[in-house]
Design a protein around this ligand. Structure first.
Ligand code: ZN
Length: 238
C-alpha cells in the first residue's frame, strides 16, 4: 500500500493518484473546502484522509470548528499555509488552537518553502519557527511539508531534534530544480533518513512519483516506512 501524505481536492485527484499506484491520500482543505474534503472522505472511506484549514483571524471559532470536524467528520489533521495566511507558526495567537490539536490528537502540517508569488513574504515560508511549536507542544504531531522546501537543511535539523516532527516529500522537484548545487529529490530524502531517521519521512506526491522512493537504492524496509508505515503510525493505525 502507498499513502500520499499531501494532496489537494481537485477534480480527478483520485484517478490521478490511482494511476501512480497510490491507494490513499491526505486531502488538505482550503478555507472554503473543509466540507468538500470531508464529503470526499465520507464517499470513499479509507481512501481520503481529510485535513482542516483554520481561520487564523478567528481562533476561538476555529477551535470550536475543529472539535466539530474531528469528532463528527473524521478530520485527522490541520494544514497551515503561513505564506498565504501571513502568520508565523510560533505566533502566540495560535497556541490555544495547538492546545486543542494536542488534546484531540490532531496532526498539524505546515507548508514550508518560499515560492515566488504575489504578496508572499518569504519569511513566512521558513520552517525554523516550527521549532518553537515543537518544543512547546511535545505531544503535538507536526509535519513540515515539502521537506522544508528551500529550507530543507533547517527542516531536517528540526525533525532530528524532535520526536514529534515529520517531513513530507511533496513537490520536491520544484525546490530541487532551484537548488545550487543541483540535487535530486532522492538526495534530500536520503539526507533526511540519515539525520532525522527513516521513521520521520512521509511520502507525498505533487509530481513526486512513488518510484522516486521505490526505485531508489534505499533498503526495502526504509522504502516501506516512507511509502506507507510512517503514515499509518502517525494516523494511529499501526
Ligand atoms: Zn500542496
Amino acid at each position: 500500500m502507498i499513502i500520499n501524505f499531501h494532496e489537494h481536492p481537485w477534480e480527478g485527484v483520485g484517478a490521478h493518484n490511482a494511476s501512480m499506484g497510490i491507494d490513499r491520500m491526505v486531502l488538505l482543505a482550503d478555507r472554503d473546502s473543509n466540507d468538500l474534503v470531508c464529503e470526499m472522505a465520507e464517499r470513499e472511506p479509507g481512501r481520503y484522509i481529510p485535513f482542516y484549514r483554520a481561520d487564523v483571524n478567528d481562533i476561538p471559532k476555529s477551535c470550536q470548528e475543529l472539535r466539530h470536524y474531528v469528532c463528527e467528520r473524521r478530520v485527522r489533521g490541520v494544514k497551515f499555509q503561513p505564506l498565504s495566511q501571513t502568520i508565523m507558526p510560533n505566533d502566540s495567537g495560535l497556541y490555544p488552537f495547538y492546545e486543542v490539536c494536542q488534546e484531540l490528537g490532531t496532526i498539524v502540517l505546515f507548508h514550508a518553502g518560499a515560492v515566488a508569488f504575489p504578496k508572499h513574504y518569504v519569511r513566512f515560508g521558513n520552517p525554523v519557527h516550527v521549532d518553537d511549536v515543537a518544543w512547546d507542544f511535545p505531544d503535538l504531531n507536526i509535519v513540515i511539508a515539502h521537506l522544508g522546501g528551500n529550507y530543507s537543511f533547517e527542516a531536517t535539523v528540526i525533525a532530528s531534534n524532535h520526536p514529534n516532527v515529520y517531513l513530507d516529500t511533496a513537490y520536491l522537484h520544484f525546490f530541487c530544480d532551484r537548488s545550487l548545487p543541483k540535487v535530486e529529490p532522492i538526495d534530500l530524502v536520503k539526507r533526511a533518513v540519515e539525520f532525522a531517521g527513516a521513521e520521520k519521512v512521509l511520502y507525498a506526491s505533487e509530481d513526486v512519483h512513488p518510484s522516486v522512493i521505490s526505485d531508489s537504492d534505499l533498503p526495502q524496509s526504509t522504502k516501506d516506512m516512507i511509502l506507507c508505515e510512517n503514515a499509518q503510525r502517525l494516523l494511529g493505525e499501526l
